[in-house]
Design a protein. Sequence first.
Lengths: 263, 226
Amino acid sequence: MSEHNITTIPSTFRSKPVWLAGFVAVALQAFAPGPADAAGDLRTVAVADPYLEMHTGPGRGYPVFHIVDRGASVVIVMRRTDWYLVRTDDGTEGWVDRAQMELTMQPDGQKVSFERAGQDDFMNATWEVGILAGDFGGANIISVYGGYSLNPHVSIEVWGSQILGNFSNGWMGSVNVVHETWPDWRFSPFFTLGAGVIHTQPKSTIIQGADRTDQVGHVGAGFRIYATRRFVLRLEYKSYVVFTSRDENEEVEEWKAGFAFFF
Amino acid sequence: MESRIRVLFLSTLVVMLAGCAATKNLFDFGQENAAPPTAESPGQVIDPEVERREVKEPKIDTENFEVGGFVGLMSIEDFGSDFVYGARIAYHVTEGFFVEATVGQTEAGLTSFEVLSGGARLIADNERTFTYYNLNLGYNILPGEGFVGEGRAYNTSLYLVAGLGSTRFAGDDRFTVNFGAGFRFLLTDSVALHIDFRDHLFDIDLLGEEKTVHNLESHLGVTVFF
């Protein structure tokens, strides 16, 4: 194994106060799976690049304060977005970006793969969570949804929405089936069908009326647009029919925009 | 109200486009053509005659979520200022962008009118609790380091947030737009302190005519990444 300590710039040396160590140990025990030195977990990698640059923080702007030579090994402590916190043999910790980590090897010479979300995952990811907001028949609507893909074309979504209007407020929950005709397109159009329940509370100061809970059905269409990494932008239109207990059903149009991420 | 949504979407779009343009390197758009600098030459490490084996992914502790609580001071327009407390959860999507959900609660005091008129009350006491939730998009606009003395450096970040939510106050749920800025100070790689300033805007007609009120909040928080 070659000598691997090259440079340490003192002004950005990362020392951790002792009192923090105890606090962090407690905090991390609740969340971290365990010590990061088990070789079976593939967390120890050898540097195959001429050198590995360690930054002081998980971002491109943070300065490089330490360099690890080719052939030396480092332990991966954790990951944040596309940055990896690694620890050298002498205990120095620093952040390395994914592009450099991909040029590391297993101690036995095998290549290591570092997962990265891309447009393929946009099509093939199983789970998706998103937030949208917009207009629901003149009222404001804020929605959160979770989706599960059965295959690249068909997914099932569960929605929860809060409706905030001038005359009434309410909640709506629904289940949709979504069909994407061309899931491999970056601007991927979709069609949706669903049913659910809407609860309306008229504002007592303006309208005399009791709270109502009605069933709703809807059809809709929109676009899922792949932005970057795990990010998706989403635009959609839905036409709702509210099955009221009165003689006539109510029809409501909804326009929404928002973002989602998949995993 | 609708025009406010339109303005918010447009401004969010502008912020995101500006953010994307300013940070296109963060998203690797510029790297597609550039071959990895040493893709050709790790010869000492790879034996070219070894058969291609299945690529393995290491099991790494991914810490993209941030949860925590905050306490501070919140001013409700016309109703004075009071102690506010709440919780936040954030998911860091890239090194620049994160999404965040916050909930918070404070108590409204008396308006000047209520104080001067003696006994008259605009709203009942049980309607004075001010509870909000928000769903926000955030961007780390100025990541950096803070130095404490000569030997210690801590990672910091100034971030901007904006989003939508709802506020329950004076007997009603109110559509609320909020925006603000915050400063994140990482004590360690997993524990952060926050200082946040937010403005919560909604329409209210409690004092006769409908108006948009600004409710300013400043708070101190602690979060843990996991």
